[in-house]
Ligand binder design. Structure first.
Ligand code: ADP
Ligand code: MG
Length: 159
């Protein structure tokens, strides 16, 4: 099942992320797809906020590749933009990171597609104007999906 959302501002994107974050459980992997500036990191701020991590602590881990945040539910934030090939992901222990106890967010997920769990939650961003983004979210197996729908209803397209 895939849901479509329209975000009209950076804060909308944070709010949709927060709604999803509230529905996540330890062990969930969220794969984020979309070009530079699409809103992936902002969305991660919202997810982090729902998990009790201050938004100013969630920065783009483009250069560090991995940032781990301690919290009631630990959050692993990964950005694989700078990885040349999936083999490098293996070398930094990506499989272990993806199967950790906390929530795991992966920016530029398309680069490590073959390493992602098949039941991961997919969030795809597309530009549709200066401050507009279309966000498609597929969550094959999320028990909190109903709660997420209720929290994000005002951004849902055709809903
Ligand atoms: P990414 O991680 O995908 O490269 P970021 O979240 O770091 O993207 O940055 C998104 C940029 O786009 C920010 O500068 C933000 O202010 C801008 N922006 C404008 N409109 C939106 C929107 N609706 N949602 C998300 N970001 C937006
Ligand atoms: Mg980013």
């Amino acid at each position: 099942m895939q849901l479509l959302f329209t975000s009209g501002s950076p804060s909308d994107t944070v709010e949709i992320g927060r709604a999803l974050g509230a529905a996540l459980r330890p062990g969930d992997v969220v794969a984020l797809y979309g070009d530079l500036g699409a809103g992936k990191t902002l969305f991660c701020k919202g997810v982090g906020e729902a998990l009790g991590i201050p938004p100013d602590r969630i920065l783009s881990p483009t250069f560090t590749i991995v940032t781990e945040h301690a919290g009631p539910v630990p959050l692993t934030h990964i950005d694989v933009y700078r990885l040349a090939v999936a083999r490098e992901a293996d070398e930094i222990g990506m499989r272990e990171l993806l199967s950790g106890d906390g929530v795991c967010l992966v920016e530029w997920a398309e680069k490590i597609e073959e390493l992602l769990p098949t039941d991961c939650i997919q969030v795809r961003f597309a530009f549709s104007g200066d401050d507009r983004r279309e966000i498609a979210i597929a969550a094959p197996d999320l028990p909190g999906f109903g709660e997420f729908l209720a929290r994000s209803i005002r951004f849902q397209r055709g809903g």
